[in-house]
Write a protein that binds this ligand. Structure first.
Ligand code: HAM
Length: 417
């Protein structure tokens, strides 16, 4: 047997209704906030992610599925959606048509991380971006959109953690403070962090090696290095969140693992999963569009991981149950042609129908009808055939009615209303 690629997963038929529900609810919530869908490809030039996410990040250094295609070009499966969405915005000059652009996309991302509960190598994100507005209220609106998806889906036990990671101006000073702090402790840092110390010291703060994580607890806080405009921006974001009554908690140690963030950063954490497996995360990125060759416009966005979100929603919720309007039970050899006619007629009238064409006992068919959640069973046996009638059984009340072929649709549709 050839099995799945490690860290990848199938979404099986019993789970797909829940997935469809999560995706359609997310779409509805985002469209209420004025977002429109964009569908970028799942593969981009590797350079896009190197430039967008940052060369010295775990994602780019260790986790991308990168390969050379037959033409010798380096391509990567997208590890996240923001870089690709912004590439499309720049390439199609979308901000020229729409100076305030709100876009979302839903689809699979790929990161070669160590698989564990809630951590996969292919996972789905609902990703949203707001481009062209640097007001702190826009930050609050991005957080509100993420929160609204969660509440519309009915997820519980979630908390918004929020921080400001400042701008390049604040970070020049913060970088020096971090280097001074870790230089005295270099020998205890992992080899990756020793390299990061020169190249990108902020990335030490999200190192997963326990010794490094332990040291980080005493490291200087980015919030203490914020300049006045960043401090004021953050104050207003928090004020707006109060007005919107979105439960949130300041988390001064959260810096996020991607290099493009400036100012507001946030994560949505679940009590059980904790921050190392956040359900969602996002933040502002005021230089990314320009860095990718676009206009000098700001942006903020977030992504929610659907595998993690789905963990908080029971699979057997009644709304995810399979629902078939009618099961057609064919009893006896001669029932086939009339059965086909009835099945076809019902389906073309918008009624969902399931049936079995190979012979089965009535008892087995009733069991099957029950299992698939059919509300009605239409029985076609020899008597019915002779009279061109069918018997309809209501699976809930157990009442049975007999009706001529031409009256079936009307009777079933009458029942609906
Ligand atoms: P991120 O924090 O890297 O942000 O990912 C967002 C969410 O994707 C995580 O909170 C988690 O739910 C899910 N996720 C990430 N990695 C995995 C994994 N290996 N397995 C399962 N789920 C995972 C971003 O991707 C940014 N692009 C978000 C953003 C959009 N920032 C601004 N705009």
């Amino acid at each position: 047997m050839i099995t799945l690629v490690k860290g990848f997963h199938d979404i099986l038929p019993d789970e797909t209704r829940k997935w469809a529900f999560m995706m359609s609810t997310a779409r509805e919530s985002l469209e209420r906030f004025g977002f429109r869908e964009i569908i970028p490809p799942i593969m981009e030039k590797t350079e896009l992610f190197q430039r967008g996410i940052g060369e010295v990040t775990d994602i780019v250094e260790k986790e991308m599925y990168t390969f050379e295609d037959r033409g010798g070009e380096s391509l990567s499966l997208r590890p996240e959606a923001t870089a690709g969405v912004l590439r499309a915005v720049v390439e199609h000059s979308l901000l020229r048509k729409d100076p305030l652009l709100k876009l979302y996309c839903i689809g699979p991302m790929f990161r070669r991380e160590r698989p564990s509960k809630g951590r996969y190598r292919q996972f789905f994100q609902v990703n949203a971006e707001i481009l062209g507005d640097d007001s702190p209220y826009t930050d609050a609106e991005a957080v509100a959109a993420a929160y609204s998806i969660m509440t519309d889906i009915g997820a519980t036990g979630l908390m918004m953690e929020i921080n400001s990671v400042g701008c390049p101006n604040c970070r020049a000073e913060y970088r020096k403070l971090l280097q001074t702090f870790f230089k005295d402790r270099t020998k205890d840092l992992c080899s990756d962090c020793r390299r990061r110390l020169e190249a990108n010291p902020m990335r030490i703060l999200d190192c997963k090696v326990p010794e490094c994580a332990h040291m980080v607890k005493d490291a200087p806080l980015v919030t203490d290095s914020l300049d006045e405009p960043c401090r004021e921006h953050f104050r207003e974001v928090r004020e707006a969140l109060e007005i919107l009554e979105i439960p949130n908690r300041l988390e001064p140690r959260m810096v996020r693992g991607l290099d493009y963030y400036t100012r507001t950063a946030f994560e949505i954490v679940h009590e059980e999963l904790g921050r190392s497996k956040a359900v969602g995360g996002g933040g502002r990125y005021d230089n990314l569009l320009k860095d990718l060759g676009g206009p000098d416009a700001s942006g903020i966005g977030f992504a929610i991981g659907l595998e993690r979100l789905s963990m908080g929603i029971p699979d057997d919720h009644p709304r995810f149950r399979r629902r078939i309007d009618v099961y057609v039970a064919l009893l006896g050899q001669g029932a086939g042609p009339m059965g086909l006619t009835v099945v076809n007629m019902l389906r073309s009238n918008g009624i969902s129908v399931e049936t079995r064409y190979s012979p089965m006992s009535l008892k087995a068919q009733m069991k099957l009808a029950d299992k698939i959640g059919a509300r009605k069973v239409i029985m076609i046996g020899d008597d019915e055939l002779a009279r061109r009638e069918v018997t309809i059984r209501d699976m809930r009340t157990k009442d049975q009615t007999t009706v001529g072929i031409d009256g079936i649709v009307k009777l079933l549709q009458g029942d609906e209303s």
